[in-house]
Ligand binder design. Sequence first.
Ligand code: GRF
Length: 226
Amino acid sequence: MIENHEIRPLSEPLQRPIRLGVLISGGGSSLANLLKCRNDGLFQAEFPMVIASRPDCGGLQIARNAGVRAETVSRKSFKATEEFSEQIFSLLREAEVDLVILAGFLCLIRVPRDFENRVMNIHPALIPSFCGKGLYGMKVHEAVLARGCKVSGCTVHFADNLYDHGPIIVQKSVPVFEDDTPQTLAARVFQAECQAYPEAIRLFADARLVVSESRVRILDEASSRV
Ligand code: GRF
């Protein structure tokens, strides 16, 4: 049962592979994982476009090697977040993507109305801890260790117009060990990310996500088929 104030990003399960547009700023480890998951049959997806915010992103080569159209929309070429975002989303519209995946994308973007609840981000910590502007990559794990946390993890959420904000879809926790370094913790969190992102994408494609203000409700499998 969907209440009046609830939004269902996809009203019915997709009967075809989901079309993913992936945004990157770095090495593309999340992109590589998603391509691997697709190749291993963990979910059905097409990758019509990868967009990098810098021309020197290692992830661009990963995309090209996989036969994916790879574009650069350089953040430096735009003064305002709005213009930068418009350029990105006009490419994504042209590529007819169903869902936008932020995969190590470090720039703030303005999500246009037609993409609301259709942009996902992954963050390598348990939001709302250790997130926001300036907390990315190894800095996150350094901060977790400095605070003496006993658990960390990752969060997949719908992106809005703030850093690491928006309704949470999937979280996975991992233990933090006494002898962890930022690198060992990052590797353990990344293993969790490799499960969390495909899971969130599958839930989206199966129309099992319902957004209610700042929360996401996950429908059971039977009730997603209306
Ligand atoms: C992801 O693993 C996620 O933690 C964060 O960025 C990582 C991917 O970065 N959002 P990269 O593309 O390997 O640089």
